[in-house]
Design a protein around this ligand. Sequence first.
Ligand code: CA
Length: 284
Amino acid sequence: MQKYLRYFNSSLNSPYFYLKNFKQLPRIPKFARKSENDNATENATGGGSWIMDSNLDLLKMRKVFIVEDEPVLRDTLSGIFRDSGFKSVFVAGSVAEALRVYGENLPDIALLDVNLPDGDGFSLMPQLKSIKDVPVIFLTARDDPDDIVAGFEGGGDDYITKPFIPKELVARTIALLRRCYREDGRIVQLDGAAVDFSRAEVLKGGERIPLTGKEHDILLMLYNNAGRVISLDRLCEAVWGDNRYGYENSLMAHIRHIREKIENDPSHPVSLITVKGLGYKLKI
Ligand code: CA
């Protein structure tokens, strides 16, 4: 792993320390590195205020897609994002797998390795963008300036060379999500009510009705995929993560409560619709 992650030899900064302890650390101690890198990280996280940022939770509901052919690094990357609070992380190890997984999950941001066993990230990017146009970060050992320029000229939004710093990678990803999905902080108008995701409140008939954390997560998942049917399994995964099994009844209870808050007539919903045998969808 040394060749992928910087500062490996210090136990504090090793990826394993990082993965195990990320949630407990309010801030990772500063790395010894150039000041412009420090500035880049600070700016990307809004001056270090990311823990207090209410919109951050919304951004972390966005789906992250990682293409990396090195299995250990692929798992490490996935772990870095999950431990940073991202709920939906999808991975692929080749061009062929990337096209399949991307098409199935329609992510919101993609991190692409360049050297892949059956092709390269540069030519993969337009294929992915033709399925769904999302921001792309190249994450590669190729640090030749011509490669970096090619990455940007081809339509990439950022270019990070290995070895990389996990915290900086997450910060850059969040910064890019923030630029590309500014609407995440806005109020969403539904048929019978409006939803203020940043405050986790429903505005209905002049009242502000609070959403519970689970109700908020379910509604946000549906909103991020508005108009599309989302299966019970996907919703459970968005709310309970990998421990999602056995929560179907619980999910249905949450759906009922959400309808009581957002629908004029909860027994005849017009916004949060049941699609029999498939799941739920949100009509906007
Ligand atoms: Ca590679």
